[in-house]
Ligand binder design. Structure first.
Ligand code: ADP
Ligand code: MG
Length: 263
């Protein structure tokens, strides 16, 4: 790890991606994606289905390698592999350490069905970080209160609504004390009546200063909560800026066309 002085540590962006390219076979999905995410800010990533939003989040989180370009998370380089070389093998231990700092919440909640809500939240800090069980439990209970589910500690996931399960998934991610939270369409699989409760939890996190990147079709949420909105299409960020610019006065015709379909 390259550690510099503490001033740079707090001032450097949480995420810096420069010209990231990624192909699946002959399909070039990311064609030079560049973005900066400052600490304590919320970025909405919007764009049509198939534009590469999930792939980009997965590259940030080491779930996917990319072909060229660069991604720094909290100042640390995410491994990549230049086309035709094996120069950047992912080293499992380094990846695990870095990934532990990132919380990821997916469209499906991916909770462990055979574990209670409390056990779902505790398992990674206890088993991966080897933290003391009593301390982890105390924090897990605080997180459950935070997401409004203190009374569900002993329930099993399949007895919960989609919105409740997603709130448990958020609490589970927070239990690792991440410095960055990535959300990939966290409300897309939910019944409309439970979308609001999940967005409310995310709103609270944003207020508390959590750095977040959120792939979402919830334009209202993006407008209210996000500091910047990035519109991705055809593997490039076509337009990026504050929500009032990108959502209300988009300069690119493609952004206008996309928004006219989703709003
Ligand atoms: P989005 O999240 O914006 O809908 P994705 O990042 O999921 O887009 O997908 C972008 C493109 O990459 C799509 O054409 C998809 O089919 C393709 N793709 C994604 N993952 C894979 C994979 N593992 N193998 C092959 N193609 C993939
Ligand atoms: Mg996706």
């Amino acid at each position: 790890m390259t550690s510099t002085d503490s001033t740079t540590n707090t001032e450097r962006p949480m995420v810096q991606a420069v010209e990231v390219r990624k192909s699946f076979g002959g399909n070039e999905v990311l064609r030079g994606v560049s973005i900066e995410v400052q600490r304590g800010t919320v970025t909405a990533l919007i764009g049509p289905s198939g534009s590469g939003k999930s792939t980009f989040l997965r590259c940030i989180n080491d779930l996917e390698t990319f072909d060229s370009g660069d991604i720094l998370v909290d100042g640390e380089r995410v491994a990549y592999r230049r086309e035709g070389t094996k120069a950047y093998e992912l080293k499992p231990r380094i990846v695990a350490k870095r990934r532990a700092k990132l919380g990821m919440v997916f469209q499906g909640f991916n909770l462990f069905g055979h574990l209670t809500v409390l056990e779902n939240i505790m398992i990674a800090p206890v088993q991966v970080l080897k933290q003391d069980k009593r301390i982890v439990e105390e924090r897990a209970l605080e997180l459950l209160s935070k997401v409004g589910l203190a009374d569900k500690r002993d329930a099993y996931p399949d007895s919960l609504s989609g919105g409740q399960q997603q709130r448990v998934a958020i609490a589970r991610a927070l239990a690792m004390e991440p410095t960055l939270m990535l959300f990939d369409e966290p409300t897309s699989a939910l019944d409309p009546e439970t979308v609001g409760e999940v967005l409310e939890v995310m709103r609270t996190l944003a207020r508390e200063g959590m750095t977040m990147i959120v792939v979402t079709h919830e334009i209202g949420f993006a407008r209210e909560v996000c500091d910047q909105v990035a519109f991705l299409e055809d593997g490039v960020i076509q337009e990026i800026g504050p929500p009032e610019q990108v959502l209300d006065n988009p300069t690119h015709e493609r952004t206008q066309r996309f928004l006219s379909r989703v709003i």
